[in-house]
Design a protein around this ligand. Structure first.
Ligand SMILES: Nc1ncnc2c1ncn2[C@@H]1O[C@H](COP(=O)(O)OP(=O)(O)OP(=O)(O)O)[C@@H](O)[C@H]1O
Ligand SMILES: [Mg+2]
Length: 244
């Protein structure tokens, strides 16, 4: 279970997160929508300890991040290992092969043997239909394939949750459908999934619950049916009008 309580975050004078609270259960898919600049990526970065928080707290299982926690503590390292992040730009190492990208953290951070890491990585590549790309470099792969490598790399650490930042922004409709199926399969295996997206159809189809962000706050939250069939906030009505 992941629980964020009243998270606040400023960059200098810019008050980006003004009190975000959210709970995501094991096996649950939460999609997060909201206008550009409202703080969605910042929230994901705070959750997995890439940004410090100014107030509030974050619980990940039995771990707790409090405000004022320096970014290099043991608890933050553990949180980062439990919450896999799939960044919008994937952030693969360009000079490593696909396989090397996936085994790097298990070998160096989790300290498992190279042989075991390779075996886990090859299993993941098979599952994600990328077996034949194990020895390619990231630049030799399509955008969708690079993204699946980024997912495999996160899964190789056996995370409790995966955080996705705009996973469908570079995908065609068929690949978007496949990403939705993959996300549901991962949730079915018990992972908590948090997805930031600008794709309203995707946010509705894939979610168990939806959070609507607006200017650093959650304007509304609920099941996809509740939220999309009966939008309560001006923020969501604007989003729906713009995407129609
Ligand atoms: N490291 C940083 N330093 C200063 N300002 C930042 C930093 N990161 C984000 N911001 C600012 O915080 C605000 C929220 O940014 P964030 O990336 O969280 O938005 P977002 O909701 O993800 O937007 P988008 O949908 O465009 O990706 C923006 O005004 C952004 O310029
Ligand atoms: Mg963003």
């Amino acid at each position: 279970m992941i629980k964020a309580s009243n998270i606040q975050k400023s960059f200098g004078k810019l008050h980006v997160l003004k009190g975000i609270s959210m709970e995501v259960a094991d096996g649950e898919i939460m999609t997060m929508i909201g206008p550009s600049g409202c703080g969605k990526t910042t929230f994901l970065r705070c959750l997995n300890g890439l940004e410090s928080i100014d107030s509030g707290s974050i619980q990940v299982g039995n771990l707790e991040i409090r405000s004022g926690e320096p970014l290099l503590t043991e608890v933050l390292k553990k949180v980062r290992m439990r919450l896999g992040m799939v960044f919008q730009q994937f952030q693969l190492f360009p000079h490593f092969s696909v396989l090397e990208n996936i085994i790097e953290a298990p070998v160096h951070v989790n300290a498992i043997s190279r042989q075991e890491a390779v075996s886990i990585a090859m299993d993941l590549l098979r599952k994600l239909n990328l077996e034949d790309k194990a020895h390619s470099r990231p630049r030799e792969l399509s955008g969708g394939q690079q993204q699946r490598v980024a997912i495999a790399r996160a899964l190789a650490m056996h995370p409790q949750a995966l955080l996705f930042d705009e996973p469908t922004s570079a995908l065609d409709p068929r690949m978007t459908g496949e990403m939705g199926a993959l996300i549901r399969a991962l949730a079915h295996d018990g992972l908590s999934i948090l997805v930031v997206t600008h794709d309203m159809g995707f946010a509705r189809r894939v979610a168990d619950r939806v959070s609507v962000f607006d200017q650093g706050l959650i304007a509304e939250q609920g099941s996809p049916e509740q939220v999309f069939s009966n939008p309560q906030s001006a923020a969501l009505r604007d989003l729906l009008t713009e995407s129609a």
